[in-house]
Design a protein around this ligand. Structure first.
Ligand code: 13P
Length: 257
């Protein structure tokens, strides 16, 4: 973390979990245990059906709300899809884009990720752009090239003053939902490489403002070590964000000096 230049953001990704009533129960449980200090920003990315209620429910404990994906276009005959403007009007501030599960199960490509990033920015949302390599790609030794490619594609034609405010989440596929976390060194190394890609393209001023998260089996036990890396500015948390007590422990780790 480096709080001098950029925000530390702890974000939960609920994926396809929690109904409206479960969302209410989560809010009740987390309210009394939310840390009072405000070193880091806290976000919950929730299923679209819960966004509006979540904005209201989590307002008191300063948790901002995000969506888990959006469509790249601003309207049209795309049954089941929602636009970035719809998400914005529902009260969300963030939207996850290009999560590996979207890439794997819904054919999202680096090309559509770029279009979605533009759509999110246009609507006034902060995109949390996910990048990450598979185990095979890591073993082949192409992690850095792949991540650089994903970052460059995602940010193609995005203006420098907009890039400053985006969030990138490094999520190695082999660490998602597996209980297998990247070591702090591995996470730090890739997050640093992501910042270097941004620096080369947009300059040092932009690069140092971008929040780069780590995601993949981050939990109460390993959070502090991961966040101690200078280029790891937060976490994108799946499983551990479904339990208020665990999520709070990660927020506390980010609040450490
Ligand atoms: P887990 O924390 O469950 O591994 O999920 C990470 C993730 O995919 C967050 O987007």
């Amino acid at each position: 973390m480096n709080r001098r230049y950029r925000k530390t953001i702890i974000a939960g990704n609920w994926k396809m979990n929690n109904t409206l009533s479960q969302t209410k129960a989560f809010a009740e449980e987390i309210k009394p245990i939310m840390p009072k200090g405000k070193w880091c920003n806290v976000v919950l990315c929730v299923p679209a059906t819960n966004i509006q209620a979540a904005v209201r429910l989590f307002k008191d404990c300063h948790i901002a709300i995000g969506a888990e994906t959006c469509h790249e276009l601003d309207h049209g005959a795309y049954t089941g899809e929602i636009t970035a403007a719809m998400i914005k009007e529902a009260g969300a501030k963030y939207v996850i884009i290009g999560h590996s599960e979207r890439r794997q199960y819904y054919n999202e490509t680096d090309f559509t990720v770029n279009k979605k990033v533009h759509a999110a920015i246009e609507a006034g949302l902060v995109p949390i752009i996910c990048v990450g390599e598979s185990l095979e790609q890591r073993e082949l030794g192409v992690t850095m090239e792949l991540i650089a490619y994903q970052v460059k594609c995602a940010l193609a034609n995005v203006a420098p003053e907009k890039v400053r405010h985006i969030v990138i989440a490094y999520e190695p596929l082999w660490a998602i939902g597996t209980g297998k976390t990247a070591t702090a060194e591995q996470a730090g190394e890739v997050c640093q490489a992501i910042r270097t890609v941004i620096r080369k393209q947009y300059g040092a001023h932009v690069a140092r403002s971008v929040t780069i998260q780590y995601g993949g089996s981050m939990n109460a036990k390993n959070a502090q070590e991961l966040l101690a890396q200078p280029d790891v500015d937060g976490g994108l948390i799946g499983g551990a964000a479904l339990k208020p007590a665990d999520f709070v422990k990660i927020i506390e780790a980010a609040n450490q000096e």
